[in-house]
Ligand binder design. Structure first.
Ligand SMILES: *Cc1c(COP(=O)(O)O)cnc(C)c1O
Length: 345
């Protein structure tokens, strides 16, 4: 099967499993798991931050960052398509008592002007705008890569108004592969930033959250309050270290495979792209075929290619280490055949 459903479907490779099996372990909760400590130091350095903490998930990296840097009654500013706003079970509101200002954009990339306009005037009847979150690359709006100038302008406007700046870098390393801008440059001046281990990097679980020493002290408190402290987490951290050593180059390959897939699918009559593909996620419409996305995805799955229906007519495809160049060629062929059959029907 050619699995283009999501890069969350990546399974640990044989080499990764071996590294996990061999991991030196201790007790994470007391700070004595050597492999976890090594991974945290590695990611802190990669992101140019003082310290880092391993979290069970990227979702928890976002929540903990919000909880540390806001108080009940505050408001956060995010994109309307962001993971925080759509798929984190309203945790900022439910646990942090924080409201969300969601900005409307075409591609998940908002401007400094939009942020400035969204920041509340300091009046006694308004919530206090406390934090801005940048998601790069974007997930649900199709893998858009933020221009570094926009990232910096958003950060600067946040700082000018006394807001914290948070960076959801679930796929930051895909953005790095796409642009050559370093991860540290992207998150410079951000108070909190994290990368996911369980997407394109191919680990079974986890995210690593970085920031100042003081931020990480408080992040640890929230991690513990949320029940997320671990023991022999070196088994998981070993997968992260292995991925940083062996899977970074794969992200550039994933981006390239997505570009090839885009070029092939774009030629199919009835298939339409609203925008160009910038990283490892593609988004296209099958409305022109006269069928819904679910029907199209089902017909492709029957032929061994798994796309993801994300709207009435919208399909999302994501490349990862699970899909090689032959898989991309096969996906194009199947989509072409299915589209032809559907058009005839
Ligand atoms: C996947 C994802 C998350 C959550 O990460 P998990 O490790 O799956 O919890 C957060 N933000 C973005 C942009 C994501 O794509």
């Amino acid at each position: 099967m050619v699995d283009l459903f999501s890069d969350t479907q990546t399974r640990p490779t044989a080499g990764m499993r071996e590294a996990m099996a061999r991991a030196e372990v201790g007790d994470e909760q007391s700070g004595s798991d050597p492999t976890t400590n090594a991974l945290c130091a590695r990611v802190a350095e990669l992101l140019g931050k003082e310290d880092a903490v391993l979290m069970p998930s990227g979702t928890m990296c976002n929540l903990v960052s919000i909880l540390v840097q806001t108080k009940p009654g505050d408001e956060i500013v995010v994109d309307a398509t962001s993971h925080i706003f759509n798929t984190e079970a309203a945790s900022a509101a439910a646990i942090g008592g924080v409201s969300t200002m969601a900005l409307a954009t075409a591609d998940g990339v908002f401007s400094a002007g939009q942020v400035e306009a969204a920041i509340r005037a300091p009046v006694r009847t308004a919530p206090r705008s406390a934090l801005v979150s940048v998601e790069n690359t974007t997930a649900f709006s199709g893998g858009s890569v933020w221009p570094i100038e926009t990232v910096r302008a958003v950060r600067d406007v946040a700082k000018r108004h006394g807001l914290k700046a948070h960076f959801d870098g679930a796929r930051l390393l895909n953005a790095v592969a796409a642009t050559g801008v370093s991860a540290a440059d992207y998150v410079e001046g951000f108070d909190s930033a994290w990368i996911d281990l369980s997407k394109g990097l191919g680990c079974p679980v986890g995210g690593v959250l970085a920031g100042s020493k003081d931020f990480i002290i408080e992040a640890w408190r929230w991690k513990y309050r949320l029940g997320g402290a671990m023991r022999q987490s070196g088994v998981l951290a070993a997968a992260g270290l292995y991925a940083l050593d062996h899977h970074i180059a794969q992200l550039a390959t994933d981006n390239q495979n997505a570009t090839t897939l885009d070029a092939g699918l774009r030629k199919i009559p009835g298939v339409a792209f609203e925008a160009g593909t910038q990283s490892n996620i593609l988004r296209f419409s099958v409305e022109g075929l006269g069928v819904g996305a679910a029907e199209f995805a089902k017909a492709c799955l029957e032929r061994g290619v798994r796309f993801r229906a994300t709207g009435a007519y919208e399909i999302r495809a994501t490349t990862s280490l699970e899909v090689d160049a032959a898989g991309v060629a096969r996906a194009i062929e199947v989509a072409r055949d299915v589209a032809a059959a559907l058009r005839q029907g």
